[in-house]
Ligand binder design. Structure first.
Ligand code: HEC
Length: 133
């Protein structure tokens, strides 16, 4: 059982890192996948605002823009939702604030899981992009 689940994760990592990533994956599946997709693919036509004025959930995989943003910003959005300074005042969004549900540690782990799914070239572009700021 354990071997099977470990093989399904990032087998290159060991120890606490791997356990944190697996915890992050579990949180992702339970809390995020319903909107952001089981494979981080997001909702269809995620760039197009719906009739109710809200945006669909963007992908967290390489095709989205999550990887453009620093971890602190992603953590703030996950904890507080789409509120200033990460959105204009009064902005209406389906993105829930997870602050009352997930601890900061759980938020770090779920974001680490998302990050672990980015291919090496995306991680390299990300490092470059974030250095320029
Ligand atoms: C009910 C649907 C829903 C759930 C569940 C949800 N999200 Fe979102 N999320 C959204 C939507 C919609 C947006 C886009 C908000 C906007 O721009 O208006 C978004 C945006 C985001 C963003 C900012 C966009 C980006 O690409 O940087 C992050 C980060 C994020 N979500 C993380 C998470 C995490 C982590 C979870 C699980 C703990 C989660 N979301 C669960 C709907 C959801």
């Amino acid at each position: 059982m354990l071997l099977v689940s470990v093989a399904g994760c990032d087998a290159g990592k060991t120890g606490p890192d791997l356990i944190n990533l697996m915890e992050g994956e579990g949180i992702y599946k339970a809390e995020c996948a319903s909107c952001h997709g089981a494979k981080l693919e997001g909702q269809p036509d995620w760039r197009i605002r719906r009739a109710d004025g809200k945006l669909p959930a963007p992908p967290h995989d390489a095709s989205g823009h999550t990887w453009h943003h620093p971890m602190e910003q992603l953590a703030a959005i996950t904890k507080l939702g789409m509120v200033p300074p990460n959105a204009p005042p009064g902005y209406v969004s389906d993105m829930p604030a997870f602050g009352g549900k997930l601890t900061d540690r759980q938020i770090r782990h779920v974001l680490a899981y998302i990050e672990s799914q980015w291919p090496p070239e995306i991680r390299a572009s990300r490092a470059e992009r974030l250095q320029q700021k």
